[in-house]
Write a protein that binds this ligand. Structure first.
Ligand SMILES: Cc1ncc(C[n+]2csc(CCOP(=O)(O)OP(=O)(O)O)c2C)c(N)n1
Length: 638
């Protein structure tokens, strides 16, 4: 397809001003072209797919009706904002989306004024929007509108409820748009989803009520206090008629909808109508995830981020994985089922990532023993704490960066009581194309100071299985296992389940003068480096795999402190406060004085790119580690 000839309207839109010059009757054509553009671009440069197809009409209508970027549009997660990127001056660059040095995976104010806030983690848009609305009022910017968009999945997050609660009682004119497609990445879960499904408020009723109140307001009959009283009265009538209470209106947030989120002309009209209404408002849209691309509409989970595909046939171009080592997540999923079969106390918990972390394997085998709790990491941990307190053994799986949301839950609801639960942190380390919001690089540094925790990271699939087995043995307290995104190193990954004593690391190689200490799968790269260094120089280099960050293997570290004058620590997490810092503290406290160099993620946010490129950027790919070792060997000789 030739961009120039195919997209007659889209080609003329360089920014939303161009869009706003079109007639409303031209918007369906803009949507059609935008949708085709997204499909074509994503087919060869993979990214989040289905969500952006579902928001095409919403995106066009928003930029058409609102004076962006003066008016603030706040996306939630931002994985549905590709249309927004294309319409806001980034169409030419869109082919670089998510690539190293290319445009960012999620909206980011550093990239564009149209991106009003950093996106990536779910459920924050209402709070952000409220903050912006209050800021506008403080600054006397009465004409500035704020629109916060949130999906039904993200509405399951506690932060969204906190935002709603505050928005209902803080003076503001924000519009919240609920993009309801009944899907999270997997199917949406929970009472809110059910409530939204049942919400049958009549569209005609809303329009009538809106027109009447606007007329009364214009005539001066309806001041702010009376307006609120009228809303409450109207809500009671509506609740009576519909035999259900509208919870948003019960909180004094005016509710409109549900309306079809794919009828762009009507959507633009409704947005125009409600734009200048005072007070907080919510517009409920029904949309279809993957809209306009049949395979994605049918299988939205697979098409959340499908990789490359054929845009004509819808065939996914899945690489051949025959003979490759497994994904760490699958080793987790399979091993959990095995452990749960043997131990009836084991239950699984995932905050909205059953497919992403392979908890779906336990769900398929033992549906009663696995819980998808929605996008609610804090709750997932506290819920696990409750189950643990009364005798169950939860395996709670949370992506490392999303775990940041649940820090106090872990301290207050688990660690203080020393409860037996296993917290598996998937996607630990640099995750690649999703960028700084998603890199799981802080966990070792932020978990290490918490008393009672055991913190481990497996070097390979066998170690992961053994650590999971160890973690579920009696009275282990809170036991954390972190492992990365992607594949391990062992095609034959099944191994007998055996205990790895808590706090016991291992010596992988003897050496002379220089010891390398690693934790987790980065140890595999270090093995390769040592092979190369020894082959090239004849110098032997020792290698210790710490396995446990907490408790530290004191005996192992005493051995290192006594035998080696030079140490390099290597980890796939932040240098500040991480494993290397733990080694440094140990050596200082024990009065050893080796020279210690720490390799890891430097003290800045790391952008997006392939995992390989980012490891190189941080100097912790094989070449970077090799260089550090060779430099140190040189120093040792000198
Ligand atoms: C705190 C947090 N937890 C989990 C995720 C992973 N995640 C990304 S998108 C998504 C689903 C969002 O669903 P919804 O808000 O309904 O948007 P939709 O994809 O349906 O448009 C999830 C769980 C995240 N981004 N942030």
């Amino acid at each position: 397809m030739n961009k120039e000839s195919t997209y007659s309207l889209l080609n003329a839109i360089n920014d939303p001003e161009d869009l706003r010059r079109l007639g409303v009757e031209q918007l369906p054509e803009v949507c059609s072209e935008l949708r085709q553009d997204i499909i074509k671009e994503l087919s060869c440069n993979p990214g989040h797919f289905a969500a952006s197809l579902g928001t095409v009409e919403l995106t066009v209508a928003l930029h058409y009706v609102y004076q962006t970027p003066y008016d603030r549009i706040v996306w939630d997660v931002g994985h549905q904002a590709y249309g927004h990127k294309i319409l806001t001056g980034r169409r030419e660059l869109f082919s670089t989306n998510r690539q190293f040095g290319g445009i960012r995976p999620f909206p980011s104010p550093e990239e564009s004024d149209y991106d009003t806030f950093t996106c990536g983690h779910a459920s924050n848009s209402i709070s952000v929007g409220l903050g912006m609305s209050v800021a506008a009022a403080f600054k006397g910017e009465k004409d500035r509108h704020v629109v916060a968009i949130i999906g039904d999945g993200s509405m399951s997050g506690g932060l969204a409820f906190e935002g709603l609660n505050n928005a209902s009682s803080t003076p503001n004119d924000m519009l919240i748009i609920l993009n309801d497609n009944d899907m999270s990445i997997d199917r949406s879960v929970g009472g809110m989803k059910q409530y939204l499904f049942n919400l049958t408020t009549s569209n005609r009723y809303n329009q009538l009520r809106f027109k009447a109140s606007r007329m009364l307001f214009k005539l001066g009959i309806l001041n702010e206090d009376r307006r609120k009283a009228l809303i409450r009265f109207a809500n009671s009538l509506k609740s009576m008629a519909a035999q259900q209470q509208n919870i948003f209106e019960g909180m004094n947030i005016r509710y409109f909808g549900p309306i079809d989120g794919h009828d762009v002309e009507n959507l633009a009209r409704v947005l125009r109508d409600i734009k200048d209404l005072k007070g907080p408002k919510i517009l409920h849209l029904h949309t279809i995830k993957g809209k306009g691309f049949a395979p994605a509409e049918e299988h939205a989970t697979e098409w959340h981020a499908p990789g490359k595909f054929n845009p004509e046939t819808g065939e996914r171009l899945v690489p051949d994985t025959e003979g490759l080592p497994p994904l760490f997540q699958d080793v987790f999923g399979e091993t959990l089922v095995e452990l749960a079969q043997a131990n009836p106390l084991i239950v699984g918990v995932t905050p909205a990532m059953p497919t992403g972390c392979s908890m779906n394997k336990l769900m398929a085998t033992m549906p009663c023993r696995a819980f998808d709790v929605g996008i609610a990491e804090g709750h997932a941990v506290t819920f696990s704490g409750g189950m643990s307190k009364d005798g169950l053994l939860p395996f709670c799986n949370i992506y490392s960066s999303f775990m940041q949301r649940a820090y106090d839950n872990l301290i207050h609801d688990v660690a203080i009581q020393n409860l037996n639960m296993v917290l598996c942190l998937d996607r630990a380390g640099l995750v690649g194309e999703d960028g700084p919001t998603h890199h799981g690089v802080f966990d070792m540094a932020y978990l290490r100071p918490i008393p009672n925790l055991t913190i481990a990271s497996p070097m390979d699939e066998h170690e992961l299985r053994r650590l999971m087995y160890t973690a579920q043995l009696p009275d282990k307290g809170p036991f954390i296992i972190r492992y990365p995104r992607g594949r391990g190193v062992l095609p034959q990954w099944k191994c007998p389940l055996e205990e790895i004593p808590v706090g016991k690391g291992r010596k992988l190689r003897e050496g002379d003068g220089l010891a390398l200490i690693t934790i987790g799968p980065i140890g595999n790269a270090v093995c390769q480096v040592i092979d190369r260094v020894e082959a090239e120089t004849g110098h032997t280099v020792a290698h210790y795999d710490l396995r446990y960050l907490k408790p530290l293997d004191q005996a192992l570290l005493h051995e290192v402190g006594k035998k080696f004058r030079f140490i390099i620590t290597i980890e796939d997490g932040v240098i500040e406060g991480g494993m290397g810092s733990a080694v440094l503290e140990f050596m200082t406290t024990q009065h050893y004085t080796p020279y210690i160099e720490r390799l890891g993620v430097p003290d800045r946010f790391i952008e997006h790119g392939s995992v390989k490129e980012l490891y190189k950027l941080c100097g912790i790919d094989e070449a970077g580690i090799y260089q550090a070792v060779m430099d140190l060997l040189q120093t040792m000789k000198g």
